[in-house]
Structures are given as structure tokens and as C-alpha cells.
Design a binder for this molecule. Sequence first.
Ligand SMILES: Nc1nc2c(ncn2[C@@H]2O[C@H](COP(=O)(O)OP(=O)(O)OP(=O)(O)O)[C@@H](O)[C@H]2O)c(=O)[nH]1
Ligand SMILES: [Mg+2]
Length: 368
Amino acid sequence: MSVDIGIIGLPQSGKTTVFNALTQGKADTVSHTAEGLTPHIGIVKVPEPRLRVLDEMLHPKKVVPVEARYIDVGASVKVLAQDKGIGGELLNQLSSVDTLISVIRAFIDDSIPYPEGSLDIKRDIATLNLELVFSDLAIIERRLERIETSLKGAKPPERQGLLREQEILMKFKSDLEKDMPIRELTLDPGEARIIANYQFLSAKPILIAVNIGEDQLPQAASLEVEINSPYLGEKCHAITLCGKLEMELAQLENGAAQEFRAEFGIKESGLERTIKLSYELSGLITFFTVASNEVRAWSIKKGTTALKAAGKIHTDMEKGFIRAEGIGYDALVRCGSIAEARKRGLLRLEGKDYIIQDGDIITFLFNV
Ligand SMILES: Nc1nc2c(ncn2[C@@H]2O[C@H](COP(=O)(O)OP(=O)(O)OP(=O)(O)O)[C@@H](O)[C@H]2O)c(=O)[nH]1
Ligand SMILES: [Mg+2]
């Protein structure tokens, strides 16, 4: 499974530029027209320094990182919501992503129009948030109407379920009406189940990518702190990113790109950071398998059991699961090899209910 990340933002905020930077793509930054809404889709390897260490230690023939899939739907949620055809389809696609990146314009260039009339980072963040909230409200209102109709002819057991759903949706509705995105609510397990069914946009983790111009790089760090202060949370994080520069750097070779970054005083690749953060916000952790000359990284939701993790690799592994043999990444690095870890008795045997930890190196034992 790859991680799916949807890029949203107001017109001309730099969505396609950021998409190109992330995916080293060359998608046209010419505006999409109403008839020509075609999403850009690109696949990226999630940067994982631990894979490099495992590669050096184990010398596999092949190293396989986790992949993230980025989709630039090319329009704001508001525009998509108004369009019943392709817009609606794209909105559905957006509903199935794990995480959203909201591109907010901060670069100053008067030759490129400001859709809201002026440059205002905070206003645009709020606008984007509202678009997600409105989209969810529309879904809830439609569903509530349908529940109302179904209740008329419903028999007792079905009736109970409908009433419960109605109650939860009404609660979400009143929070949304106060402009509160669902991602900021504390949910009980029943509510969380309902959420999962609907794939609400405002429930998704969101990375606010503030697209700055090169001339704003000296203030990038302080701007980031300032924007994060009202928004930072388990499911929300803001970063500053120089989309245009990163897009140009993405076309260069690694060494040359690094030199450029040093010149501009950029410490870490903005892209690697964006990819890493959007991955982390998705609530995913990484574990590794070592088999037949291949070291591979896998992504799973935090809290996944060994049994379910095995099922991600192959359904046979889940069906015939016997046990898992595992070691944490740090412990393996301290031992220097799997053989040494085995000698020291550090390879743990775990049952199907074991909760996989980030960095675990796991071998599943199973019957076919
Ligand atoms: N000066 C400057 N221009 C930028 C920057 N980032 C993007 N642009 C320009 O802004 C324009 C819009 O960028 P896009 O990436 O196409 O924006 P978009 O959000 O995909 O636009 P639509 O898809 O039309 O809504 C393009 O002409 C970009 O070259 C930047 O950091 N500085
Ligand atoms: Mg675009």
C-alpha cells in the first residue's frame, strides 16, 4: 500500500509547483480549465535514512522504500463541490486520501493574480479550512435527510442504528457549524467508526504548506513558528516551503541541489521534510522485512497487530500466521548483524496480537 496524499489550495497558490517539486515532475503549471480538470498523480519514495543503514549492514540485492502517491486535483474544494461531473469525481478521489497538503500562497508577485484580492496567509488558511468544513456539512445534511426518510419505515433494530447515526451526525454538524474541523474533535470509538465510513475531508490530517518566495527565505523559520502556533496539533502541522525553488532543485542532481541549498541557507531539503511530515501526519509507522536478498520498508497505521501487518505483505501470511520474529532497529544496529542479535538472544518471538513498533525488523513465520 502506498500512502495517498491530496494537494489542495486556492487557485494560483502554487499547488502544481509543489506537486512538481515533490514528484520531480514536469506537470504544466498552466491553469486547469473547467472542462480540462485532469488531476496530476505522482509517486515518490518516502525518505528513510534507516534503510541506508540496513543496506550497508545486510548487503541485500535490493532495497525497497515505502511509496507515497501525491495527487494534485487542480482546483479548490469549493470549485470541485460546485461541479457535479468531473469535479464531483475528483472530490471523491480526494475523499479517499490519507492526508491533505494545503498549499497557501505567501510569495509576492503582482503579475500573478491574487484570487482573494490580496496576500493574506492567515485568511487563506481559514478559507481552505472552511471549504473542507462546508464540503463535510453538505455530506452530513444529505445523509441526515436520507436518515429522516428511512426512519419512517424502519423496523426496531434498523431504527436503533439509524437513530444512533443521526445523533452522531447532528453532533458533528453543530461543531462544523462553529467552523470546527472534525480533525480537532475528540471522538469515542463509535464516532470514529462513523467517521471512517464517510471519509470526511475536515477529519483528515493536514499539512499546511506555506509557499514562500526566494526573497522570503530568511524569514522562513520564524514564519513557520508563527503559523504553527494557532494550528499545530496531532493532525495539523504547518511548514514553509519555497515551491518554485524546490521545483527547480528537484530537476538537478543531488550534489548540485545540495550546493544550491547551502547557498540559500536551506538546511534540509524542503521536499524531504514535506514528504516525511505528510507521511507522519497520516499516523503511519514503518517496519522492515529482510527476505530473499531484499530489505523492504512497509507502512502501517500505528497500533497494527503482527497478524494484520503480515496480511499487508500477503494474505497467505495472515491466514497461515504462526508467529513473528522481530528486533527493534536500534538493537539490531547495536548488534551489527542479525546473526549476532540471534547469538545474544535479542530476536524476540511475538504472537499475532503483538503491536508492531516503528522500526521493527520482522520476519513472519507462516504455514501455507
Ligand atoms: N514568483 C513566484 N512565483 C511562483 C512561486 N510559486 C509558484 N509561482 C508561480 O505562480 C503561478 C501559479 O503556480 P501553480 O503551481 O500553477 O499554481 P496552482 O495552484 O497549481 O494554480 P492552479 O492550478 O491554476 O490553481 C505559476 O506561474 C508559478 O510559476 C514562487 O514561489 N514565486
Ligand atoms: Mg495547478
